[in-house]
Design a protein around this ligand. Structure first.
Ligand code: FES
Ligand SMILES: [Fe+2]
Length: 354
């Protein structure tokens, strides 16, 4: 569809039309975002039986009302939050309940989504049936993080296996969400431009002076997997590194998972960045800060993240202006420094072509 060549040396970048045409922005909903795994939050959202957590999957883009529950068998469920009667939102607030009851005409559901009761339906034929249950949505839990996919293109393992295997030693169990250090950024650019910028360290010496002082750019590496890739930031000598890692002198592991998730591991913990399309030239990026070792917070490659983010935003918003120019059609890749961007463009081409 977009002629991305598997050989980076021969390939053009994505055409500017991908970022400019409303049709591609709309088509990406179904072709990319409903088919991939999306981050919801952590299991503390539904810590005890009876807890319910309604949320909108990619609010402002997919706009799918979903509901997390923990039922009385202590199982987590991810359900459609749309009443199977006449489509009212079933649950509209975080709560602790015995069962779910729609406020419109009183239909009730168990916390696992099973239809329970409906008033005034005597005589209604073939009722209730399976169609009256709240649809169950696939979800997966990885180290207390919950992900869902409306229509998974591939199993969760295909997206996350490499992180699990490589970071088996990482103290996931110590991570605590620090809301005071979490933040949303609004970026006036297409979501894919934001991701592409993340996917290369090529710009670090040019755009991030402070970060460049702690990373050893000559040894910065990129590894490509099926639906994710990894950039390894090597520390300059004397800088903060992972003491627990069997690998030496690592300042940061930057994992990106297709299409819109970034998992940045630092010696102090994990910064998760979720890229949420709003309009074709407007994106919300949620930074979630999970701390495992407070004493190392804001050191090394994981320091001044707010400043690094603003430096990235400024450059990506400039690219947004450039991508709208009639004089720009597509570019080319650096075979040594842009393998991550090339991988991203190949995946976009694959998903959009289906
Ligand atoms: S829409 Fe829920 S009971 Fe009617
Ligand atoms: Fe950057």
């Amino acid at each position: 569809m977009f002629n991305i060549n598997p050989d980076i040396k021969k390939s053009p970048t994505l055409p500017s039309s991908f970022y400019r045409d409303e049709k591609y922005f709309e088509d990406s909903k179904e072709k990319i975002f409903t088919k991939t795994w999306q981050f919801i939050g952590d299991t503390d959202l539904v810590k005890v039986p009876g807890q319910v957590y309604p949320f909108t999957l990619l609010d402002g883009y997919l706009n799918e009302p979903l509901l997390l529950t923990r039922d009385y068998d202590d199982n987590i469920n991810c359900l459609s939050n749309i009443c199977t009667h006449r489509a009212n939102i079933v649950c509209d607030g975080v709560d602790n309940v015995k069962s779910l009851r729609c406020r419109y005409h009183g239909r009730q559901f168990e916390l696992n989504g099973l239809f329970k009761f409906m008033p005034e339906f005597e005589g209604c034929e073939n009722f209730p049936s399976d169609k009256d249950n709240l649809p169950k949505i696939p979800f997966e839990i990885f180290n207390n993080f919950i992900f869902t996919s409306l229509n998974p293109y591939a199993p969760f393992e295909d997206f996350f296996k490499e992180i699990k295997e490589r970071l088996y030693w990482f103290p996931f169990h110590k991570l605590r969400l620090d809301t005071s250090r979490s933040k949303d950024y609004l970026v006036k650019a297409h979501w894919a431009l934001y991701c592409e910028n993340y996917l290369e360290g090529f710009h670090i010496p040019y755009v991030h002076k402070g970060l460049n002082d702690v990373l050893d750019y000559s040894n910065y590496t990129q590894e490509i997997y099926k639906y994710c890739n990894l950039q390894v930031g090597m520390a300059k000598s004397g800088e903060v590194i992972f003491d627990e890692s069997p690998e030496k002198n690592i300042a940061a592991y930057y994992y990106w998972v297709f299409p819109n998730m970034m998992f940045n591991f630092y010696p102090w913990g994990l910064s998760i960045n979720i890229v949420k399309p709003i309009e074709k030239n407007l994106t919300k990026v949620s930074f979630l800060t999970y701390i495992s070792d407070e004493s190392k917070y804001d050191t090394g490659a994981g320091s001044s993240l707010d400043r690094v983010e603003r430096e990235d935003e400024a450059i990506v918003e400039n690219v947004q202006k450039g991508i709208n120019s009639s004089l720009y059609k597509a570019g080319r890749f650096s075979p040594s420094r842009e393998t991550g961007v090339h991988h991203f463009h190949l995946l976009i081409d694959e998903f959009m072509s289906k």
